[in-house]
Design a protein around this ligand. Sequence first.
Ligand code: SF4
Length: 77
Amino acid sequence: MADTNLKVAENIAGKWYVDENCIACDSCISIAPDHFVMSEDGSHAFVTKQPESPEEETLLADSKASCPVDAIGEDGE
Ligand code: SF4
């Protein structure tokens, strides 16, 4: 389970976030490229846009389910 105390700094404010356990596999970005971005140094992803519709919530949920290290959380707020 992702940990709000380990959020990476770049996450935009809101309930969805990536934490420090991210291994930069790219899965979340492939599924939801409008919501996740890779850091400049390629070491981790972060949330760049919170979902604003049920469809976008589903994209984020699918991304969370695809994360191999459970680094995506939705309990940020
Ligand atoms: Fe990181 Fe998980 Fe996204 Fe892969 S799916 S880039 S491990 S947050």
